[in-house]
Design a binder for this molecule. Structure first.
Ligand code: ADP
Ligand code: ZN
Length: 638
């Protein structure tokens, strides 16, 4: 038996199967129910409102309104729907007066299936009056509130204008609402429900697992060189995003990458709006561009073939990390999430929290969230297991084979087979002794000198280095001086990082980042808490080859579309060149015309007739009509 949703999936979008809970969500929405949809980035949220909008328009319910904060992306989102033959439009400040009037006219006639608008527009008296008019005539079908976490200050993209959206429920009580977000934490979710009055809405929570993304976190040494090696070894010519904390660093890294021959562009809020839009367009429209950016970049970027997301600085929390890394591999092909992380990251993040003007309760929450991320970075077990557990998922697929130091009674671990720790389990050493020496030293210098000192000086004392500062304060007389001379600075740094991560040491941002003991220090000093650390390994040198272990269906470093024989490869190249031209003519990104995977499937099938093109994933009816003949011609001439 077919359902209207499935027919639309096949006919309009050219896909054979729903993913995860899409079908249940769509059926619920088509029937007029409210819903809160939590799905990871790349999970397929758009179809969850686009298909109900189409189905309900066909059933005579009129227009669906899509509320999105991303004016700069509306043009492409609507363009993608046009390509699929869906009547969509947007209203925003980039339209001329005449263009906007024409959209408003069509809106009032109820002719549009999906109308995209930003929240600040939706809540204007003018727009509400137009919605009233639609409502009176039974032509207001559905509200889809995208990026719904923007309504919550607990989320990481709070936008006050989202708050005003509570008007939708109050004014249009009978019109179904779908709120969608990729932010999964419980606090944000509860806040969305309350702010948008979705108490009665059904909640659909998907698995947050992104099995095609490989998570790797390396210790920061020379971050820029590490990044460059990572890109050159694993992602030559690929599109990727590199996140940095500051605008200045974004500029510097983009420059360095360009000098090294990587096709990189900078993006941050300090750049002129025109430049930002231009760089974003180039990232979306050209192939193989690496965007070096602050977190100002990325929300709503639905480019499917981003092959890696790299973090040169640690984000604030796991939600941010997961959302940013989730921008890799939306097409389901192999992709990397790679981060360098060091002591300075820990210190910086702690300082930013301390120095923020927020209230105590908020700060405590931020610290707890940061700690969870530090725990992830320091983990010696499966990263994916940690991430999913953080999002409250029950972990199945536990495989004891991943546990190689099973000598002690360590619990059986989750094993994903596609993160650095699963692929090459790190050697773990016991840093408890080093930790106690560091803590005693922090205590003693405070006792002797009456002031606190920073990490460098503390480590010098433990290692017995006769620096000027040691002489100046007479610290060579401390009983711990030189007690840890067997440890390398790097080892001590690792121990300190972990002590800060578990709150056994505090960093005082108000006093030159000096180190202080905390409530948690005592347990470590007494030996009640063991400090286990990963052996410092040279960053990317130890990476196992892709597909070496466990990961299903990931044979090579390159995504599957390129696994083509020689002739198919020629057809694929010809089709890509043709697609680039069409995309330019339509002023749209190439992937909006066809995904790489669709072109690869065509190249593989070597079609001789329009019938041969039927059923290829991503080939909907409108695209077959519009492009079928051209695709056959290009493919057969190659
Ligand atoms: P999200 O908004 O959740 O981040 P998108 O809606 O952009 O994700 O979907 C991610 C990608 O997955 C898109 O390229 C989309 O075309 C594709 N996709 C979504 N649902 C399906 C499906 N059922 N079958 C095949 N591809 C799908
Ligand atoms: Zn793993």
């Amino acid at each position: 038996m077919t359902t209207p949703g499935r027919d639309i999936l096949r006919e309009i979008f050219g896909y054979a199967q729903f993913r995860g809970p899409q079908q249940a969500i769509i059926e619920h929405a088509v029937a007029g129910g409210d819903a809160l949809v939590l799905m990871p980035t790349g999970g397929g949220k758009s179809l969850c409102y686009q298909i109900p909008a189409i189905a309900r328009q066909r059933a005579g319910h009129g227009v669906s309104i899509v509320i999105s904060p991303l004016i700069a992306l509306m043009h492409d989102q609507v363009g993608a729907l046009h390509e699929a033959g869906v009547d969509a439009a947007f209203l925003n400040s980039t339209l001329s007066f005449d263009e906007a009037s024409s959209v408003e006219k069509r809106l009032l006639r109820g002719d549009i299936t999906l109308l995209y608008a930003a929240p600040e527009r939706v809540t204007t008296p003018r727009f509400l009056a137009q919605l009233d008019s639609l409502q009176e005539r039974g032509l207001l079908s559905l509200f889809a509130i995208d990026e719904a976490h923007c309504v919550s200050q607990w989320g990481h993209d709070f936008r006050p204008e989202y708050r005003a959206l509570s008007v939708l429920h109050e004014r249009y009580a009978g019109v179904p609402r779908l709120a969608l977000t990729a932010t999964a934490d419980a606090l944000t979710r509860a806040d969305i429900v309350e702010r948008l009055q979705l108490q009665e809405a059904r909640q659909f929570v998907s698995s947050f697992d992104r099995p095609n993304i490989r998570y790797t976190i390396v210790e920061k040494k020379e971050a820029t060189q590490q990044l460059l090696r990572f890109i050159q070894r694993e992602h030559e010519g690929d599109a990727g995003i590199v996140y940095c904390q500051s605008r200045k660093k974004v500029e510097d890294i983009a420059q360095t990458l360009c000098t090294a021959g990587v096709n990189a562009l900078p993006y941050h809020a300090g750049l002129d709006a025109k430049v930002r839009q231009d760089h974003q367009d180039r990232f979306l429209r050209s192939e193989g561009i690496v965007m070096v950016a602050t977190i100002a970049f990325g929300m709503g970027i639905d480019k499917p073939d981003v092959r890696f997301v790299a973090h040169l600085d640690m984000p604030k929390n796991i939600e941010g990390y997961y959302q940013e890394t989730g921008r890799a591999g939306r097409d389901g092909q192999a992709a990397d999430a790679w981060m360098t992380y060091g002591l300075q990251d820990v210190v910086n993040q702690r300082r930013m929290i301390d120095e923020s003007p927020a209230g105590e309760e908020f700060k405590r929450l931020m610290v707890a969230k940061l700690d969870a991320l530090l725990g992830l970075a320091e983990a010696t077990d499966c990263r994916r297991g940690r991430l999913l557990a953080y999002f409250g998922e029950q972990l199945e697929n536990v495989d004891a084979a991943g546990d190689e130091d099973g000598a002690n009674n360590a619990p059986v671990r989750y094993f994903c087979g596609n993160c650095d720790n699963c692929l090459a389990p790190p050697t773990v050493w016991d840093g408890t002794d080093a930790a106690r020496k560091l803590l005693s030293t922090i205590y003693r210098v405070q006792q002797v000198s009456g002031i606190s000192f920073g990490a460098g000086h503390i480590m010098d004392i433990v290692r017995g280095k006769a620096t000027d500062k040691v002489a100046q304060f007479g610290h060579e007389t401390l009983s711990t001086f030189g007690l840890g001379s067997a440890y390398s600075e790097q080892q001590l740094r690792g121990v300190l990082r972990q002590l800060i991560a578990i709150s056994a040491v505090a960093v005082d941002a108000q006093a030159f980042n000096t180190l202080q003991l905390t409530e948690g220090s005592r347990a470590v000093l007494k030996g009640e808490v063991a400090v286990r650390l990963r052996e410092s390994i040279l960053a990317s040198a130890t990476r196992a080859p892709r597909g070496s272990k466990g990961a299903s269906g990931r044979g090579s470093a390159k995504p599957a579309p390129l696994d083509l024989d020689h002739e198919a490869q020629e057809r694929y190249s010809a089709l890509k060149a043709w697609r680039a031209e069409v995309a330019r003519e339509h002023n749209l990104p190439a992937y909006v015309i066809f995904h790489d995977a669709t072109l690869a499937a065509i190249a593989q099938r070597n079609p001789l007739s329009l019938d041969d093109l039927q059923g290829i994933s991503g080939m909907g009816e409108k695209k077959l009509q519009a492009y079928g003949d051209e695709v056959l011609r290009v493919s057969n001439c190659a």
